[in-house]
Design a protein around this ligand. Structure first.
Ligand SMILES: NC(=O)c1ccc[n+]([C@@H]2O[C@H](COP(=O)([O-])OP(=O)(O)OC[C@H]3O[C@@H](n4cnc5c(N)ncnc54)[C@H](OP(=O)(O)O)[C@@H]3O)[C@@H](O)[C@H]2O)c1
Length: 372
């Protein structure tokens, strides 16, 4: 068996270190990919800093990372959509419960991707651009299209009524938000969203018809005005304070469903602490109480609210449809563009710890990318 280099999380809360792991043989429904670029998501540093509590199933050493682009070097016996040598990008789900983080993590030279969560990289996209898509795009699609969330029609589905309907996306300048804006537009909905003033034009260019600053004290009222009496089909809540703000918008515009993607408090402060205990106790108590309070507020207003899990599309019908049909078609049509722009912060696996730290320090309409 051959081996390759990986950025390993050697133990919970330890720094990523370079190590060697066995190069897997792809299972029947997998492709083996030589990774060329990876992108960083908040969940990567959350897992690194808090997995003893938040990802209790994760055994170390582990390879983190969800966002992969590269080229196919081997295919499983049932794979029909890809061939060796083809450039692809896809969602690595190795840190999920029941998966194998050493085979399926992104931050290494070779990883396996499920055929159903992989798409061909168009010739006009670089590996760095393709790497910005996987988790942001998948989470946006789960929020918008899964029946347990907004349950909207997907791009390509016939529109049942002449009413387009409005989707509210709080956090349109986040990575998930930029993908949600594009997917909702491509499915034929109008989009009202939030972004800071410096990112408003970017989000408008992706398809939002109104953009409000999420820091404005009157942001909720401004969104309600922008909706202007049109029917609202639901809201996607991204970022601190987004859940309650979305509940307020939905309550004032006739209800709808709410897909929540963010914890009410960032885990950032905990990750930076030298010791997790006992600092985690008040943080998780506040998260639990705030979530309970928001869920009850939503219920009292007739709003169905649920948390999104961005890789849950691995196990439903929407995932293969998104990655197999919708994404290749929207990319070819030009109605899906890589967003946010990649910010390449380094080359090689040794750059990954710095990349995680850079993401945690905060980004604004940028996706942190490392070339591998
Ligand atoms: N549940 C899941 O499966 C899942 C998956 C992926 C992400 N997430 C969560 O979804 C959220 C977004 O993740 P991401 O990777 O897309 O984030 P990101 O790209 O790192 O987010 C950065 C952006 O957040 C925006 N922002 C800051 N404060 C905000 C606020 N209060 N309300 C709305 N936007 C705000 C900033 O916009 P401006 O610079 O324009 O102010 C900035 O551009 C995070 O909470 C993340 O943990 C959840």
């Amino acid at each position: 068996m051959s081996a390759h280099a990986a950025a390993l999380l050697p133990a919970p809360r330890a720094a990523l270190t370079r190590g060697t792991v066995d190069t897997p043989v792809p299972a029947t429904d997998e492709v083996l990919v030589r990774v060329r670029a990876v992108a960083v998501n908040p969940v990567d540093w959350v897992i690194q800093g808090t997995s003893r509590i938040t990802y209790r199933w994760l055994r170390t050493p582990a390879v983190l990372g969800s966002d992969v682009s590269g080229e196919v070097v081997a295919i499983g016996s049932d794979v029909t959509r890809f061939r060796v040598g083809q450039r692809v990008f896809g969602l690595a789900t190795g840190t999920d419960r029941g998966r194998n983080p050493l085979r399926e993590g992104a931050f290494q030279e070779y990883t396996t991707l499920l055929e159903r969560l992989t798409a061909p990289t168009p010739d006009d996209l670089s590996d760095e651009q393709a790497a910005v898509f996987p988790l942001g795009l998948s989470t946006a699609a789960c929020a918008l299209f899964q029946p347990q969330h907004l349950g909207l029609r997907m791009p390509g589905d016939p529109a049942p009524t002449p009413d387009r309907g409005v989707v509210v996306i709080w956090g349109g300048s986040t990575s998930v938000g930029m993908n949600a804006v594009q997917l909702a537009r491509a499915a034929g909905y109008d989009v009202v969203t939030t972004a800071s003033a410096r990112n408003a034009a970017i989000v408008r260019d992706l398809g939002a018809d109104a953009v409000v600053d999420h820091r404005s004290p009157s942001a909720v009222a401004e969104l309600v005005t922008a909706i202007g009496g049109r029917p609202v089909v639901g809201a996607v809540a991204l970022g601190a304070g987004s859940t309650d703000a979305c509940i307020d918008v939905l309550a004032r515009t006739g209800g709808g469903r709410l897909a929540m993607a963010s914890t009410p408090l960032s885990l950032d402060a905990l990750v930076g602490r030298r010791r997790l205990f006992p600092a985690m106790l008040p943080v998780f108590t506040r998260i639990g109480l705030a979530t309970l309070r928001s869920t009850l507020r939503a219920r009292r207003r007739g709003i169905r609210a649920a948390f999104v899990w961005g890789s849950s599309l691995r196990d439903d019908e929407m995932g293969p449809r998104l990655w197999g049909e919708v994404v290749p078609r929207l990319l070819a049509e030009g109605s899906l563009r890589p967003a946010p722009d990649p910010l390449v912060v380094g080359d090689g696996l040794d750059a990954l710890q710095g990349a995680l730290d850079r993401q945690r320090a905060g980004v604004s309409a940028q996706k942190i990318v490392v070339r591998v």
